[in-house]
Design a protein around this ligand. Structure first.
Ligand code: ADP
Ligand code: 5GP
Length: 190
């Protein structure tokens, strides 16, 4: 059986992780995106079971207590975590699984899955990050402020990651992520 693989994508909220991942998954259906659990309320266009499993704080705590999460962290007033079983099951089956998670979770994965490829997505500037967060038009002023204050600390940790990708031109950022993810395959191909 081929070895499965874990790929972690991290970067400040609003940097474009979701946008990049949508394109990446469309181009590479062999990649499987892990669906996280969160206590955050759904945004207007979000669907339970597709974007996240939206759960109550009690239900989230129960998952933590039962060790059902591979990693979890608090972010801007809500909890987020990766359900353990689907990820472990997919990797055992040889699949490539992508986690889109924040910094604290990525640090936990470094301990539990040291072989994971960890990619950090950077904004061209903090000003651009702020205008993307506002342009998305999905978060309250308070949520935007909390996300921006967390962004600075996250960006400072970018060097902990295997690969850093600046998301300025979307297409360029996407091809850098593709190169990182499929690097070994390309080396082996004729
Ligand atoms: P994240 O998932 O990291 O929170 P999103 O994917 O929701 O970020 O992107 C935040 C906003 O920035 C969205 O409105 C998206 O369309 C926009 N965006 C993403 N990447 C780029 C880019 N390279 N150039 C300009 N706008 C972008
Ligand atoms: P958002 O509320 O914008 O969807 O996500 C906020 C932050 O939580 C983002 O940085 C996102 O990557 C992160 N996040 C989403 N799912 C998880 C998860 O399962 N675990 C952790 N640690 N972070 C997550």
């Amino acid at each position: 059986m081929e070895n499965g693989r874990l790929i972690v994508i991290t970067g400040p909220s609003g940097v474009g992780k979701g946008t990049l991942l949508r394109s990446l998954l469309k181009r590479h259906p062999e990649l499987h995106l892990s669906i996280s659990a969160t206590t955050r309320s759904p945004r207007l266009n979000e669907v339970d079971g597709r974007n996240y499993y939206f759960v109550t704080r009690d239900a989230f705590q129960e998952m933590v207590d039962q060790s059902e999460l591979l990693e979890w962290a608090e972010f801007a007033g809500n909890d987020y975590g990766t359900p353990r079983r689907p990820v472990e099951h997919s990797i055992q089956q040889g699949k490539w699984v992508v986690l889109e998670i924040e910094l604290e979770g990525a640090r936990q994965i470094r301990q539990t899955f040291p072989s994971a490829l960890r990619i950090f997505v950077l904004p061209p500037s903090l000003e651009t990050l702020e205008s993307r967060l506002r342009g998305r038009g999905q978060d309250s002023e308070e949520a935007i402020a909390r996300r921006l204050s967390r962004a600075k600390a996250e960006i400072d940790a970018a060097n902990e990651f295997d690969v850093q990708v600046i998301n300025d031109d979307l297409e360029l950022a996407l091809s850098k992520i593709e190169s990182a993810v499929f690097a070994e395959q390309r080396v082996n191909s004729p």
